[in-house]
Design a protein around this ligand. Sequence first.
Ligand SMILES: [Ca+2]
Length: 270
Amino acid sequence: MAWHALSPVRWLRPAAAAGALAAALAGGGSAGNLAAAEVSSTIPFYMPLISRQVPAPVGFTNESFEDRRWYTDYTHAGNQWPYGWTFHSTEQGETMPFPTKHQDGNIIPAMAGGWGEYVHKLAEQLPFDEQRGQPRGLIIDQWTVYKAFSAAIPQALVLSQVLTGTPGATMEVTGYILGETFDVPWYPHTKLEDDHWVASVQLGAAADTRYYVDMTQRYEVPGNERHWNRFVVAAGVPASGEVLLKIIVQQNWAGRTDFFIDAFHAVQHY
Ligand SMILES: [Ca+2]
């Protein structure tokens, strides 16, 4: 462990301190009395230098989707845009954020079929076995999870937010995404394409991008039997103090895929 010497500090010897404190209290406890009674004794004082300390909080709004001041987009089936985040979904015929996908060994364009459905799922809307802490839990943190899905069309969602930190620090963002599909391979195929869906968390130029074939092998919430994935990204904070965070989920095929997004968190360290 590294040790970091701070400037010597002035201490009161125990007996003198007791006397000074008594004098200070008798005199009304003013700092002036205490200073006047201080007996100097300079000793070196060492503190451990913890390399992953959190020097300051990161400016991050509604990271667990608990804020119920969402915007309801009635022109798109009542979709809910989470408070504090910038919402974007690709229109019908538009290239999705990951512009290509695989089909039988070929690479083809990944086009959106339109908007999916984007809603908050509240604890009171879920059965007991999907509550937080249950083996099939759909909420990781507190009382709300954000759900992006379509039961019909390819669709993509991008949630973004500018996080604020301390210039020169390294910011690290963690968060949880679950992808689940009801789709089955068409005969004679025996499996879905490896990139049946894509999920990505991006911070500045850093990205943690995962595909269906990988995500469905992971169980990263202890005690939860659903293949929740814990995403981690880290990036340096530039002089502006601002770092763009993006969460992308992309359903590449017609059919039904559900994404659940929850419990994002940011820290920074030097
Ligand atoms: Ca939550």
